[in-house]
Design a protein around this ligand. Sequence first.
Ligand code: CA
Length: 363
Amino acid sequence: MRRRQFVGGLAAAAGLAACTRQDDGGAAPASCAGETFEWSIATSWPPKFPGLGVAVNNLADRIAAASGGRLTLKVYSAGELVPAFEAFDAASRGIVEMGHDAAYYHKGKVPAAQFMTAIPFGMTFMEMNAWLYYGGGLELWRELYEPLNLVPFPCGNTGVQMGGWFNKEINSVADLKGLKMRIPGLGGEVFRRAGGTPVTLPVSEIFTSLQTGAIDATEWVGPYNDITSGFHTIAKYYYYPGWQEPAPALQAYVNRQAWESLPPDLQSIIETSCQAITTDMQAEYTHGNAAALQQLLGDPNVELRQFPDGVLQYLKSIAQEIVEEMVANDPMAAKIYESWSSFLAMSIPNQRITEQAFLATRR
Ligand code: CA
């Protein structure tokens, strides 16, 4: 799994000479200045997919540049090495050293992983980062993935998503009844309890399903990604806000043995580069969404709609109920929920008088 190469000739001799082993009972070798690592990173994204996929190529470029080529990542898009949702297992088992996707794709295996992506009506981008980096969230994430042999890193965030594309108006809770919508994860479960029929479809199948009427509605990401998928050409109403995924974080993860084989400076480069990708992705989406929304607002066939407050409050109460059920029989989920919900409760009054109050002045 771990392919090591030593630079040739004299440099190799110098590098090897600098390598001192800590013969103290099988501890990892100390760093070797000349040692290089060629790793593979498997992802869930189509090749060069705007935002989510491009971020992984950016991550590889940053790590290679910062390490002077000592750590390189070969990026595998969905299906190239393993299927879209199997990068996680592949890294866990050491088939690849790293992976990149969203934690909530693996809720079947780790239900509490959903806290590390997004919870309906949960945290904003700023709050998610505050909780992860300053509120103990990242430590809990590492503890959660310990049994999976993975070391996780926040690595990207799309910001608040959109509620989705609808061919029927949503004026009240009753309009959700019988509605068939592509909406995965906890949001889908909320939608089911509200009387709708949630379906999970990969992005490649959404357009045709909506066009043929197999589904009545779909959520995907936001204007930047949605406009590329062409949903505005086949659906009339574009609803906001994205209550189901306020600010989903993406994740990178490293196989634990691969992680432990790295010298501390390369570990630090991975950690810092992932943090940089989170900032970079947020900037890309903030810019891309603004430009795409401007285009959509100029399209006479698109109607931008806000979900009625009564509908949002109803969905929020169901979301609360579902999260409480999820943590009831899962001690690790309960531990994470305690930390997550305490921080969110503490943050809300502060956000109310800062971001929220300021944004309200932009009328
Ligand atoms: Ca989404």
